[in-house]
Structures are given as structure tokens and as C-alpha cells.
Design a protein around this ligand. Structure first.
Ligand code: BGC
Length: 363
């Protein structure tokens, strides 16, 4: 993963270099890509459970977009409780049904090795969508918003929001990160910490709880209730007589849970970051509660993934714009990364001008 090469990944890359092997071999998914496939083929889309609005939107957009492109789409979501097993079974079923491309938003990026290998063995091409699939060579492409950049923008927004509120530090902050089974969580966190760590080191920011390790900041399953209860505990343990100035939140669902917790404790709302441009968070930003979100227009990401399928159908090689950042532990996955946009109250109207659902909320 970007700037987070695990020891195994580094070893793997070193080995490949030693053996004279390029890290960009096998980017086409084998002979099926070269030959293309029938224009009305089955395309599988396996999405995680609906932990945030972007996933809800993606399902409908894939259904409509694949149909409009002439393909047969098979769009599945993992359930809320048996998430990993559900997704594994769904992918296996797509392979059995003869899907030519399988697009996967991983429920747990580390637990799909067997299923994507079966997909490859059957000649299907595997695209990781939004979340990387780890520790397998059987993933051909990655299409996502630039996750490290998302983290950097969140870190910078937190600093900007704090400064706007109170010109000089030190500021008391707390850190939250996403679910540890999602490969994005560490990338978001590392991106944010690349901006925040120097300010922690020079004393501008104080993580008053002392909880700075990603294991301590993680939010299992990206679930609102988990973030809310951790915030409740932090307020009790650390903020009895202290002001909480800011909170790094990795997404909007968790940002609103954090704000709910702070409000329930009768405290002033700190500067809270977010991600996803969920309607409720855009309203909260306009009301002056949540400080920022990130616009990762799901319509554009789904369209990008479908474009890749169209290119593959013709037997051509899809365009990628990053061939070095996303090492999944077994290979560097060629990626097409889209640019995320930071949104605060100041630029919301402009940022959502082309979004008929969100634009009215900024008026
Ligand atoms: C996505 C985020 C989302 C989170 C929780 C991440 O992998 O990139 O947009 O907020 O999952 O669903």
C-alpha cells in the first residue's frame, strides 16, 4: 500500500527485482483480456455491506451503467453480519455463472485470495474497486480515489479548522481511523498523519488521550456505534476538565457519531473532519457543525470502472495512471486514481454544483 510497504511487500518487491521480474507483469488478467469477450457478457459486481452512502449509490449506478453499456450486470452486496462469507460466496457464484469481469469492493481485502484465484482460473478479469485486495497476484486493476491524498486533505482540513477557530495552539485533538479489515483505513490514516505528525512533534497538536496508534484509533466495521462509544469513553477518561478542539474522523458516518457523542456530553462541538459527502454531513457542514468532508463523486468512480470493462471487452488494455503506489503484498496493482476534493462550508456550493442531490443542500 502506498507509503506503507509491509515487510513482506518489501521482500516481495526486492525478490522480483532480484529475479529480474518487473512488478508490472500480468496486468491484463491473462489471455481473456487479449481476446476480449462478447459484448453482452455477464459482469459481476461484489460490494461490501452498506456501511456508508457511497456503497448504496454505487450499487444502483453499476446496475444502470452496465445495462446501458449492453452488459448483463450481477450486483451483490455482502450482508451486515456475515459480511466476509457472503462476499466470498457471491464472488464464487459469479465465477460459476461465467462472469468475464468481476469488480470487487472488498468487505475484507485480505480474505478473497481463494475466490479471485478461482476467477482468474476461469479466465475472468478482477478489478478492485475503491478498496484494494491484498496478498494475491490475482487482481488485475485497481480503480479508486487517491486514498493517501484523502488522508492528507483530512489532516490539512483539521489544521485549517483549528486555526480558524483559535489562532494559536496547542490544540487538544483525538484521532479516529476506519476498520482494520479495509485496506483503505491505513492509507487514509497514514495520509492524515503525514500532515499531523510534525504538528504533534512540535507541540502544536496534543493527542490528550495518548491514543495515536492505528490499533487504538480503529473503528471496527466502520460502524457508527463503535466510534460513538469510543468518543464517549475518551470524553469521560480525558476531557473532564479539558477542551477537545478537534477530531480526525476518517468518514462522514463516523464524524456524525462523534458529534452525537460530544453533544450528548454537553460539550462544544470540536473541528471534525469527514469523507464521502453524505447528505446528512453536507447538511451538518452547512449548519456549522461538521467541519469538512471529501467529495469522491461515486458517479465518476463507477463510470471509470465501467469504462475499464468496455476497454477489456474489446480486448484492449485499460488506461492506468499509477503503477507504483498500490503494492498489495504480492504485486503492485496498476491503478487508475481519481482526485478527491476537500469540501468545507466555504466551497460546498461550488463543489456540489453538478450534483443534483447535494447542490440544493448548499443553498
Ligand atoms: C471508502 C470510504 C468509506 C468507507 C466506509 C472506504 O473503503 O473508501 O469512502 O467511507 O469505506 O464505508
Amino acid at each position: 500500500m502506498r507509503k506503507l510497504l509491509t515487510t513482506t511487500a518489501i521482500a516481495a518487491v526486492a525478490l522480483m527485482a532480484l529475479s529480474g521480474c518487473s512488478t508490472r507483469t500480468d496486468t491484463t488478467g491473462g489471455s481473456s483480456a487479449a481476446a476480449g469477450f462478447p459484448a453482452d457478457s455477464l459482469i459481476g459486481v461484489a460490494l461490501p455491506s452498506k456501511t456508508s452512502e457511497n456503497w448504496v449509490l454505487a450499487g444502483g449506478l453499476f446496475e444502470d451503467g452496465l445495462k446501458a453499456a449492453g452488459f448483463k450486470g450481477d450486483v451483490q452486496y455482502a450482508g451486515a453480519s456475515t459480511t466476509v462469507k457472503d462476499q466470498q460466496d457471491q464472488i464464487s457464484a459469479m465465477v460459476t455463472k461465467g462472469a468475464k469481469v468481476i469488480i470487487i469492493g472488498a468487505a475484507d481485502g485480505g480474505q478473497l485470495g481463494t475466490q479471485v484465484k478461482a476467477a482468474h482460473d476461469a479466465g475472468a478479469i478482477v478489478i478492485a474497486y475503491d478498496r484494494l485486495i491484498l496478498n494475491t497476484t490475482d487482481v488485475d486493476y485497481y480503480v479508486a480515489y487517491d486514498n493517501f491524498k484523502v488522508g492528507e486533505l483530512q489532516g490539512q482540513a483539521l489544521l485549517d479548522g483549528l486555526k480558524a477557530k483559535k489562532p494559536a495552539g496547542p490544540y487538544n485533538i483525538e484521532l479516529f481511523s476506519g476498520s482494520s479489515d479495509d485496506a483503505n483505513s491505513a492509507v487514509f490514516f497514514n495520509g492524515a498523519m503525514s500532515v499531523l505528525q510534525p504538528k504533534i512533534d512540535d507541540g502544536t497538536l496534543v493527542v490528550a488521550s495518548g491514543q495515536t496508534d492505528i490499533k487504538q484509533t480503529a473503528t471496527a466495521g466502520w460502524k457508527a456505534e463503535n466510534a460513538q462509544s469510543r468518543m464517549d469513553s475518551l470524553l469521560t477518561s480525558t476531557y473532564g476538565g479539558k477542551t477537545l478542539d478537534g477530531v480526525l474522523s476518517p468518514n462522514d458516518t463516523l464524524a456524525r457519531a462523534i458529534i452525537t457523542s460530544v453533544k450528548a456530553a454537553g460539550k462544544e462541538i470540536p473541528v471534525v473532519t469527514g469523507q464521502d459527502s453524505e447528505a446528512e454531513s453536507v447538511k451538518s457542514i452547512m449548519a456549522g457543525e461538521q467541519y469538512s468532508t471529501i467529495n469522491k463523486d461515486t458517479r465518476v468512480l463507477v463510470a471509470q470502472a465501467i469504462d475499464m470493462v468496455k476497454v477489456l471487452q474489446k480486448g484492449e488494455t485499460p488506461e492506468v495512471n499509477d503503477t507504483k503506489s498500490y503494492d498489495n503484498g504480492k504485486k503492485v496493482v496498476p491503478a487508475f486514481l481519481l482526485p478527491p476534493v476537500i469540501v468545507t462550508k466555504a466551497n460546498a456550493a461550488e463543489a456540489y454544483a453538478n450534483d443534483p442531490k447535494l447542490s440544493p443542500l448548499t443553498k
